[in-house]
Design a protein around this ligand. Structure first.
Ligand code: OAD
Ligand code: ZN
Length: 238
């Protein structure tokens, strides 16, 4: 097993997924009772679904935003925020999560590659808004500038994630690539660990079960992120 002594001079990139927020009460996508069990992905997570029924799509994301705004970060989010305090810019988080919990825990170096539940944008003029500045009580919120339909600022299936240029650089330059709480089936994120390993990073995984891309990890810890991550980071900090 490839191992490494972690120091604050090293570059660490962490990829997180729904599993890191599970202990905060946010539903994952593919577990029993997951979000995709009750919804057809094409209805609520594709541009085509939005074109057919924007009201249904908005209702789905308003509910998710409400849940996220009520949720509190758990020890896994806080441990990463603590690591950033010590490592500064050398610790970067790439998250597939749209719930905002990393920032709530105090992390600043966060790239939300699948967008954010608390923002929306206009499908005609592409102006972006904080949801807090928009009247969401209407069925389909409209753009204050041009009157076009607003949509949640979420990357849907068939769309290109945000920050891929920056993420590529992080993957090429990191000494350690850690992945927490993701099933490893949604690309491109699922391929990042392979790239990081090929470029020489030590790869570390934490997940409740072995993910689809388990072969690419040098070290793997099976269990809950909220239990395992604080202990691991505590070791790195000492
Ligand atoms: P998934 O629901 O596919 O996977 C969550 C993973 O977290 C599973 O492998 C669980 O076993 C694991 N897990 C659950 N609870 C955990 C815990 N307490 N600690 C550690 N691991 C735990 O979610 P993602 O992999 O994040 O994209 O899904 C990736 C993308 O697919 C999402 O960003 C979303 C979805 O479709 C878009 O909506 C664009
Ligand atoms: Zn507009």
């Amino acid at each position: 097993m490839k191992s490494i002594k972690i120091t604050p001079k090293m570059n660490i990139t962490v990829l997180t997924g729904a599993g890191i927020s599970a202990e905060s009460g946010i539903r994952t996508f593919r577990d029993t009772g997951g979000l995709w069990e009750n919804h057809r992905i094409e209805d609520v997570a594709t541009p085509e679904g939005f074109a057919i029924n924007p009201e249904l799509v908005w209702n789905f994301y308003k509910e998710r935003q409400k849940n996220a705004s009520e949720a509190k970060p758990n020890p896994a989010h806080f441990a990463l925020a603590e690591l950033e305090e010590k490592f500064g810019k050398n610790l970067q988080i790439v998250t597939q999560n749209v719930d905002g919990l990393h920032r709530k825990a105090g992390s600043n170096n966060v790239y939300e590659m699948h967008g954010r539940l608390d923002k929306c944008f206009c499908i005609d003029c592409f102006s972006k808004y904080d949801n807090s500045s928009i009247d969401l009580s209407v069925k389909i919120p409209l753009c204050p500038k041009c009157g076009g339909k607003l949509r949640p600022d979420i990357i849907w299936f068939g769309e290109i994630p945000y920050y891929l240029d920056i993420i590529e650089k992080l993957i090429l330059n990191c000494d350690v690539f850690m992945v927490v709480g993701t099933s490893g089936v949604v690309y491109p994120a699922a391929g990042f660990v392979m790239s990081a390993k090929y470029h020489g990073a030590v790869t570390i995984g934490i997940n409740l079960e072995k993910p689809s891309n388990a072969d690419f990890f040098d070290q793997f810890y099976i269990g809950k992120a909220g239990d395992l991550l604080p202990d691991l980071i505590e070791q790195w900090l000492n």
